[in-house]
Design a protein around this ligand. Structure first.
Ligand code: SF4
Length: 881
């Protein structure tokens, strides 16, 4: 059926915390066309490369379609009965704290609400935590200390109204691309100055006026120096100081810090202070580089102290701004998804709050102490204290620090339930019960983005197979556990109204989160709900917080928090001399269960990598495209080497996205220690001590195939292509019979073989053909394989002989690795245009090649290519040729 006549439906992107609106048009055949919603206040029609490729990720590929128990398909009643029975039995035998939920910022608010109500109000434990703990728990804790509640004061428009935007530990260009595009547009029109504070040179530095590559974990010392300078320069706002307590103690602590620990020169530090103090309209954006730290909460408060001292908060173009990683991280915070919070920003430790929520829910039980935060929770599983675990839409066997240990703990847990859209995750493989959930595009509810805007996600496709929405699955288990009346929801609108009513209760306690204006929202109004920023009361919707003070501590004042620099908890030493930083790349999302399905997105960086400084690489004998083995006390990993001055000597960077499904030896969180911030419980993911050595590979390989390979090798990494898969390989033992090994890997026992080899050079090239169709090809060499990977991955029409030549034939020119994912434009194509003199600016590139003209996410890389104006000095990942 042609869907061109079907109406477009408004929804929200399921990736980052920008929360862009999308317009979805189902094609009537299970697919959906996606474009940016011009009326959504977060993006005004823009989308980044990930959002633009959403339509490529909604198919049935890899979907879990039926409930499964111990690997066998079953029906919903049997699966839900089992889950309810085992949780009830465990609680009877071992108490409510013997069970736990580990949930996700991918959940919709209504799902989150039901999960939280079930665990905290009915099971009677607070052992529900979320992967948002790994993302921004330090911001939550910092906000609560300073403001009395977890309140984000500003709104996105502040970025456009600021004269100075400081990015601290935030690669906004890649991790919140549409916000970055808004900032770039503002810079063009009003000359906004930009400072990036990050140990690493990132894409966000390309347009920055200043990049402060400080030592990892030294942000507190830098902002303490700023606070001292603000005071010394008479930069404090005397009137605003009446609205906050504790400046003198904070100043005393700040003055005791030595800014030299930042590793920045005095000139750099003072130039930053001059700029910050001398610019009234300052927004300080911070993200994972601040939060994922053993001093993350103190870093947040060091930033907040400076904004409070100057009164630069809650006014147009001014304020601290925590940007969240996940689509509904904010919703989870609001609804009590963290183990130490109640719904609607009420406090678990507060007896009056507990009594009020318990009364509202008519709940039989309510814990009087916080539950276990993520790292502690998995350690309790390892210790046998938690005996039944329900993981919902997240993959802790990959993403938790000490991931190997966590995977083992989950494996040994007596009863594990996983709800997800796919069974193909490292965690799902360990589950006793798998429950198929409705995915993005199939489920309906609300999410809250980083500036407190609540938006609807709407269903445009039917859930496939037996998949169900999460609120329904959770409610059905709650009902089976004996609490049918409390969980007899029939629609997400009903849950939303209950949540809105509970926020009215929270208002009585002077909490910020108030959506009581939605309490009588009809089903029709919920269906049509436009993006709305909270608070939402009878008198209307909200704007900024704290411009006039009115903080949420009992005295209505904010708190300055005295903070001191603390170095990362684990320091490099002789055995582990490097500091490993981790983070996201532009075109992938979390563990790639959705974004990894898109060939376009996979073409940008197709393989896990580690960035290393040229001098370190030289010392270690590492060449571009080698493989490096990283070891920490917690684990090991193998990554492709990129040699770059983007990282400082002694420091490394590796991305977080690869898993047991896509590159089993490059699960970077296997190396990260389970060290946390003492207040927020957030793990330190940016400063892992590691050793580095060249992997002594006996052979390297590159394969293209129509189906995934079944490989046994020290290293492999797979990515989608338009025609199937591309796989990087390496092994440390010689293989005698390449044909036999390859036939096994490709699963082609009887396909025809075309091959060439050069025993002297140690190269082997094989292509398997059936019915005149190339099923796959393998290129093997003693050194990293030098061939045109992107050409080979994109040409299904060449003959086996052309294929085995490994390079472009005829007029076809190798595009090189993809830079512009929207139009599939490669680095080599762009460089050829630059070198020919045909293009000299971003606009020229856009006109000549279209690159950068859709979502704009690749503009920093285009600018980088223009600046270099010569072939890339360092081969891109997996681009040895
Ligand atoms: Fe989605 Fe990109 Fe918008 Fe984030 S910036 S919400 S990933 S479209």
């Amino acid at each position: 059926m042609d869907g061109s006549n079907l109406p477009e439906i408004r929804s929200t992107c399921p990736y980052c915390g920008v929360g862009c609106g999308v317009l979805l048009r189902p094609d009537g055949a299970g697919g959906v066309a996606v474009r940016g919603d011009p009326d959504h206040p977060a993006n005004r029609g823009r989308l980044c490369s990930k959002g633009s490729a959403l339509g490529e990720t909604v198919g049935l590929d890899q979907r879990l379609l039926t409930p499964r128990v111990e690997g066998q398909d079953t029906d919903w009643d049997s699966a839900l009965d089992l889950v309810a029975d085992r949780f009830s039995q465990t609680i009877r035998d071992h108490g409510p704290d013997s069970v736990a939920f580990y949930v996700s910022g991918q959940l919709l608010t209504e799902d989150y609400y039901v999960a939280n109500k079930l665990m905290k109000g009915f099971i009677g434990s607070a052992n529900i935590d979320t992967n948002s703990r790994l993302c921004m728990a330090s911001s939550v804790a910092g906000h609560k200390r300073a403001f009395g509640t977890d309140t984000v004061p500003g709104i996105y428009e502040d970025l456009e109204e600021a004269d100075l935007v400081v990015l601290v530990g935030s690669n906004l260009a890649w991790c919140h691309p549409v916000l970055y595009q808004r900032l770039m547009a503002a810079r063009q029109s009003r000359g906004t100055k930009i400072v990036v504070i990050d140990p690493r040179r990132t894409a966000s530095c390309d347009q920055a006026d200043m990049h402060l590559a400080l030592q990892p974990g030294s942000d507190v010392a830098l902002f303490n120096r700023l606070l001292t300078r603000i005071d010394g320069d008479q930069g404090c706002d005397a009137e605003f100081l009446n609205k906050a307590n504790g400046l003198s103690v904070a100043l005393e602590a700040a003055a005791a810090d030595d800014p030299a620990v930042t590793g920045l020169s005095p000139d750099q530090i003072e130039a930053f202070c001059d700029l910050w103090i001398g610019t009234g309209r300052v927004v300080t954006i911070y993200s994972q580089g601040v939060n994922q730290s053993s001093s993350g909460t103190d870093k947040v408060n060091a930033i907040l102290n400076c904004h409070l001292a100057t009164g630069r908060i809650g006014r147009p173009g001014m304020g601290p701004f925590s940007v969240t990683g996940q689509p509904n991280a904010m919703g989870g915070r609001e609804v009590g998804g963290l183990a130490n919070m109640l719904a609607c920003h009420l406090d678990l430790e507060n007896a009056e709050h507990r009594t009020a929520v318990r009364g509202f829910w008519d709940a039989p039980a309510m814990p009087d102490k916080p539950g276990l935060k993520a790292v502690d929770l998995f350690q309790a599983i390892e210790a046998g204290q938690i005996r039944a675990l329900w993981v919902i839409h997240t993959n802790p066997a990959v993403t938790m620090p000490e991931a190997d240990r966590v995977a083992k703990a989950i494996k040994n847990c007596p009863f594990v339930v996983v709800t997800d859209i796919t069974a193909q995750t490292d965690t799902a493989r360990l589950a006793d019960v798998l429950l198929p959930a409705a995915g993005w595009g199939e489920k309906s509810g609300t999410v809250t983005n980083s500036d407190r805007t609540i938006s609807r996600q709407r269903a445009v496709l039917s859930p496939p197979g037996q998949a169900r929405p999460d609120w329904q699955i959770l409610s059905q288990v709650g009902t089976r556990m004996g609490w049918g009346l409390a969980f007899d929801y029939e629609t997400p609108a009903e849950i939303f109204r209950e949540y809105a009513a509970l926020s009215g209760v929270a208002r009585r306690f002077g909490r910020d989160f108030d959506i009581s204006g939605f309490v009588d929202l009809s089903d029709e109004a919920y269906a049509a709900l436009a993006p709305t920023r909270w608070p939402v009361t009878e008198s209307g919707a909200g704007d900024r917080f704290f411009g006039e003070g009115a903080f949420f501590h009992p005295d209505g004042k904010a708190r300055f928090i005295p903070v001191r620099h603390r170095a990362p908890a684990v320091q490099p030493d002789a055995e582990y001399p490097f500091v490993l930083n981790t983070g996201r790349i532009r075109d992938q999302w979390h563990t790639m269960t959705r974004s990894g399905l898109s060939p376009r997105l996979s073409a940008h960086l197709a393989e896990p990598f580690v960035d290393i400084h040229p001098r370190d690489a030289q010392d270690l004998g590492l060449a571009p495209a080698d493989l490096a083995e990283l070891k920490s006390p917690a684990g090991r990993g193998i990554f492709r080497v990129r040699i770059t001055e983007d990282v400082r000597q002694g420091q490394l960077f590796a991305p977080i996205h690869w898993t047991g499904e896509t590159a089993p030896s490059a699960r970077v969180d296997a190396l990260v220690p389970a060290v946390t911030d003492p207040i927020s419980g957030q793990p330190e993911s940016k400063a892992t001590r590691v050793s580095v050595a060249r992997l002594q590979a006996a052979w390297y390989g590159f394969a293209i195939s129509t189906t995934p390979l079944e490989v046994e090798a020290e290293y492999w990494a797979v990515a989608r292509t338009e025609n199937g898969y591309r796989t990087e390989l390496a092994g440390c033992s010689d293989i005698e019979d390449w044909e036999q090994a390859a036939r096994g890997w490709f699963g082609v026992p009887d396909a025809d073989l075309v091959s060439t080899s050069d025993p002297k050079r140690g190269t082997v090239r094989l292509a398997f053909v059936k019915d005149n169709k190339v099923l796959g090809a393998l290129f093997v060499a003693r050194e990293p394989v030098a061939i045109m990977r992107d050409y080979l991955s994109s040409r299904p029409d060449v003959t086996p002989a052309q294929l085995l030549a490994g390079r472009a034939s005829g007029a076809f020119r190798d595009p090189g690795p993809t830079v512009c994912a929207c139009f599939g434009v490669g680095a080599k194509t762009i460089l050829r245009s630059i070198e020919s003199g045909a293009v000299t600016s971003l606009d020229d590139i856009g006109q000549a090649l279209h690159a950068g003209t859709n979502c704009g996410s690749c503009k920093p890389e285009l600018a980088d290519l223009l600046a270099k104006a010569e072939p890339i000095a360092t081969p891109r990942v997996a681009e040895a040729g």
